[in-house]
Design a protein around this ligand. Structure first.
Ligand SMILES: NC(=O)c1ccc[n+]([C@@H]2O[C@H](COP(=O)([O-])OP(=O)(O)OC[C@H]3O[C@@H](n4cnc5c(N)ncnc54)[C@H](O)[C@@H]3O)[C@@H](O)[C@H]2O)c1
Ligand SMILES: O=C(O)C(=O)C[C@@H](O)[C@H](O)[C@H](O)COP(=O)(O)O
Ligand SMILES: [Zn+2]
Length: 371
């Protein structure tokens, strides 16, 4: 069972292979990109322990040698410290301009090592082998790479497209449920932002995906990658439409910063809560019906996801502080916040016309429930 999504970005075009048994094909799929039979692999400790051996075996079948850098698992790895470590290691490995870096793991190592590849000798090619649902449907596609810094989430980075993406849904079998649901938030985001039919399909098949149904997982990954590709090819560097992929992220990124990029709140959990807030804000502004926030939050609850601020363990800062964190958002233009809002499910749009007082009211109401 295999699907291919092509990303037609002229000289940066690439294919996304999605299916079962794709990891075993890594050697012959990567070989055509190599100028010599050697790659540098970057992973994290958890993924390396579970899936690295199979990757290296698949490479060996094609006579490809691999050296491996294994980083700590978790959001904290998307840092200056680990960026330096990764770049220095790639230089020690004498990875040249014509070599290829292979990243196997979730969005954390994908974003970090993709960024390292983008600045190594002013840019070397890299292959993404995403092992979380989130990475398969979102972070491995579209070329956003980067790290978190004191000023905020992904504030230092680059657009650098991979040359190949290998998404093997079999590796999701070892993924803990919490990480699966975090990725599911980004899947649901696509339905909310641009395709009500997909949202309906998720309402019907979300449980099957969670239970491990391979066909449902392949279908959802393909659908998501195709939707992201369609947007990215029209607006690769986020001058306009691509910002729709940021639905739920203005709130979500601020919440991740407020919780210290820690285990208290995973990226997708921030997105899940952020999508709930974005649709609630849209309803309060009279842009969509009052039923929409209820429907979205009901589906999230049914799936067992975090939905409201009260679902975040521990204390949260004030609405004022959250607004301050949100002011670092990359969608800000001329000092003005821009929000992704909804006219209905599947009908997101970008707006700079949102009264600050309305956002403050929403955050204060939600914080009150959380106390
Ligand atoms: N570049 C983009 O377009 C983009 C899009 C969405 C999210 N992101 C970024 O992605 C990051 C989140 O990615 P993530 O959710 O994949 O987190 P992650 O990379 O931290 O992975 C989650 C956890 O699952 C473990 N893991 C990974 N694959 C596994 C497997 N198959 N079996 C068992 N455990 C496994 C990891 O070791 C980690 O502990 C955030 O930093 C977010 O900002 C980037
Ligand atoms: O690919 C995009 O564009 C996205 O916005 C996808 C998001 O899910 C992702 O979290 C991205 O890293 C956020 O980008 P940022 O520019 O808001 O940091
Ligand atoms: Zn995201």
């Amino acid at each position: 069972m295999m699907e291919i999504v092509h990303v037609p970005l002229r000289e940066r075009a690439y294919d996304i292979y999605i299916g079962s048994g794709i990891l075993e094909q890594a050697g012959f799929r990567i070989a055509p990109f190599l100028s010599r039979p050697r790659v540098a692999v970057v992973s994290d400790e958890t993924v390396a322990g579970l899936h690295l051996e199979r990757l290296q075996a698949a490479l060996r079948v094609e006579g490809i040698d691999s050296d491996v850098l294994t980083l700590p698992a978790g959001e904290g790895t998307k840092s200056w410290q680990h960026l330096i470590q990764t770049v220095e290691w790639l230089l020690e490995q004498k990875m040249g301009r014509d070599d290829v870096v292979v990243v196997i793991g979730g969005g954390v190592v994908g974003d970090l090592a993709g960024f390292a590849a983008s600045i190594l000798r002013r840019g070397v090619r890299f292959v993404q082998i995403p092992t979380t649902l989130l990475a398969q449907v979102d972070s491995s596609v579209g070329g956003k790479t980067g790290i978190n810094v004191a000023a905020g989430k992904n504030q230092v980075g680059n657009f650098h497209q991979p040359c190949l993406v290998l998404a093997d849904v079999d590796v999701l079998e070892t993924l803990p449920e919490r990480a699966f649901l975090s990725g599911y938030a980004e899947v649901m985001k696509y339905g909310l932002l641009g395709d009500e039919k997909f949202f309906e399909w998720l309402e019907q098949h979300g449980e099957a995906m969670k239970a491990g149904d391979t066909c449902a997982r392949i279908a959802a990954v393909r659908w998501s990658c195709q939707m992201k590709t369609d947007i990215v090819i029209r607006d690769e560097t986020e001058r306009g439409e691509r910002a729709l992929l940021n639905l739920g992220h203005t709130f979500g990124h601020a919440l991740e910063a407020a919780t210290g990029y820690s285990d208290r709140l995973l990226h997708g959990e921030g997105v899940s809560i952020g999508c709930g807030l974005a649709v609630e804000l849209s309803a309060r502004l009279g842009l969509c019906s009052q039923e929409d926030p209820s429907r979205v939050r009901a589906h999230l609850r049914d799936m067992g996801m975090k939905v409201e601020l009260k679902d975040i363990p521990g204390d949260l800062p004030s609405a004022e502080s959250l607004m301050d964190l949100m002011s670092q958002d990359k969608k800000v233009v001329a000092g003005q916040m821009r929000y992704v809002l909804m006219r209905g499910i599947g009908r997101a749009f970008l707006s700079s016309d949102v009264p600050r007082a309305e956002v403050m009211r929403l955050l204060n109401d939600e914080l009150q429930h959380a106390r």
